[in-house]
Design a binder for this molecule. Sequence first.
Ligand code: FAD
Length: 575
Amino acid sequence: FAALAAAQSRPFGGAPPGYERYVADATATGAEEEYDYIVVGGGAAGCPLAATLAGPGGGRVLLLERGGAPAEFPALATAGGFVRTLALADPSPDSDAPAQAFSSEDGVPNVRARVLGGGTAINAGFYSRAHPGWFHGHGEGAEVPDWDMRLVNSSYEWVEQELTFQPEVHGWQAAVRAALLEANVTPWNGFTVEHVTGTKIGATTFDASGRRHSAADLLAFARPGRLHVAVRAAVTRVIINPIDPAARRGRSRPAVAAVGVVYQDRLFQLHHALLRPGGEVILSAGTLGSPQLLLLSGVGPANDLTSLGIPVSVDAPDVGKHMFDNPRNGISIIPSVPIDHSLIQVVGIPSANGTASYLEAASYIVPVSPMLRPAGPFISPTSPLYVTMATIMEKVPGPLSEGSLWLSSPNPVETPSVRFNYFSRPEDLAQCVVGVRRVAQVLQSRTMDIFRSSVGSASQGRRGHARRDFRIVGATLPLDWSTNNTSVADFCRRTVATLWHYHGGCVVGRVVDKDFRVMGTQSLRVVDGSTFSVTPGTNPQATVMMMGRYMGLKMIAERHSRRQVNTSSYNELEE
Ligand code: FAD
C-alpha cells in the first residue's frame, strides 16, 4: 500500500490539473458503456474513491452524480454562501438546488447534498479525525472492518494535503474558545486534526482567501482517460443478475451479482453502464441514497419490497434499519457587539471517548423577512435588513436511539422516508441534559459578558446598573436549568435539530461485511457514511473522505492480488 499510496500522492503529470475536464453532463454519455468500477454518488466518499480507482494500478471508472458540478453554484464557493445555500434548499426531486431539503418523520427539518462533492460542497467545512477508539468498534459484539491503521493515517494525510487549512480564529470563535476553557473543557490543545479531550481548533476546508475545497477537487488525481464523471445522472437501480450455477463455487457463495447500473439523465433518457469482468459497483450515495438504491434494486426486507412490486434479489432485513442522527440543541443570540461570520472552527470535547456531548459554535448574518420587519420611519420596507446571530450548540455523540428508512414509493428520484426516533433511548436524553448545561455554563462565563445587551432601566439592575442579558433568538433555557433535569430534558425534546451527521442504513455486520461488500451479493459494495453505526469524532467528513481513499487503495490491491501480481511494487501495478 505504501508504494501505491506514494505513487498516487501527486496529481498525474505534476501541477494539479482541474478535475472539470473529466466531467460531462449525463446526456452526453453513451447509452451503454463498460467500466471496471462504477461508483454511484460523487460525495465525500465517492470522489476520493473514484479518483483512487482511476489512479495508478486502477481501471476504467465511471462516477455518477445526480446533481450538477459545484462551479455552477457560486454560493458554494465561499463560507459566506453556507447560509444562503441552506436557505435555498429545495425538496423537489426536479429542482437543481445543490441542497435538497427533507423532513424526517420526527418532524425535524434536514438537508441532503445534491451536487458533485456531496456534503463537502455544501457543508460548514470543519475537519477533524475520528477518535482512535472508533476504529475498534462500538458496543459488545459489534462487527468492525479490520482497519489497517497505517493505511488509515496515510489516507487521512492524502486528503488533508489537498483540502485542509488552519483557520484564523477571531471574534465569536475566539470568545467561544476562551469560554470553553472557563467552563473547564480542558486542556487547551491548540490547532489539531486529532480527536482529543479538551478545547481545540480543528482544520477547515476553506482556504485563507475563504474559498471552499471539496472532495470533488480530489478527482484531479485520476489518470487522464480513466475517469468519466457524469453529472445530473440519477441512478435508478443496480442491475443484479443470478450467477450461473456452474460458475458459482460453493452453496454458501452469493447467488446473485451486480453487473451494472441504470441511470437517468435530465431529459429522462435511461442509460446502462455495465461492468467488465471482475468489475464492481460501489454505492457511495450517502446515508439516504445508498440504502434507497439497495431497496430499489431488490436488496432489502422481502415483504416490504414485494408490497411495492419490486422483485426481490436478496432478502436483507437490515437494509434501511439502524438509522441514526445526532441530536443538536443550542442557544442562539443576537450579540450586543458586531461579530464576523464564522462557521465551526473551535470545538469542545469534554471526553474524547464519546461519553459526553461535543460543543461547537457558529456566527452568521441572516436576512430578516420583510413580513417580520417593523417598517420604522427611516427604514424602507423593501430595503435589505440583516441580523448577526451567534450560536453555541451541543451534539450528542453516538447516539443510541435508532430509526429506519423506507421507500414511500418505487419512484427512484423521490427522497425516501426516514425516522430517527431522537431521544427514544434515555441515555441520549441524559447526555443532552448534561450537554445543554455545559452550553449554559459557557454562556455564563465572564468572556461572554461582552455579548450581553442592556435590558430594562438602570434602576432595575443591581447597584443602579442596567441589567445585562442575552438577546436570545428562539427558545430560551429553562430558568432552573442548573437543578431541574426534567425541564432541561423537555428543552432537549422541544428544540431538537440536526447537525446533518445522520448515518446508518447499510451498517457493517448487518448489510455489508467487513470489506464493505453487500452481504448475499457479489461485485457490489457500499462505501460511505451509511455503513457507520456511530459517527466518527466530532464531525464525520474527514473520516468519510479517508474511507473513500482507503477503500480505493484496498480494492486496487485486491484486484491485483487476484491476478497474482505482487502488490508491494507500484511498477507492477501499472498497466
Ligand atoms: P454525501 O457526501 O452526501 O454524498 C452522496 C452523494 O450521492 C451526493 O452528492 C448525492 O447527490 C449523490 N446521490 C445520492 N443518490 C444518488 C443517485 N441515486 N444517483 C446518483 N447520485 C446520487 N461534516 C463535517 O465533518 N464537518 C462539517 O462542518 C459538516 N457540516 C455539514 C453541514 C451540512 C449542511 C451537511 C448537509 C453536512 C455537514 N457535514 C459536515 C456532514 C458531511 O458533509 C457528511 O457526513 C458527508 O458528506 C457524508 O458523506 P457521504 O459520502 O456518505 O454522502
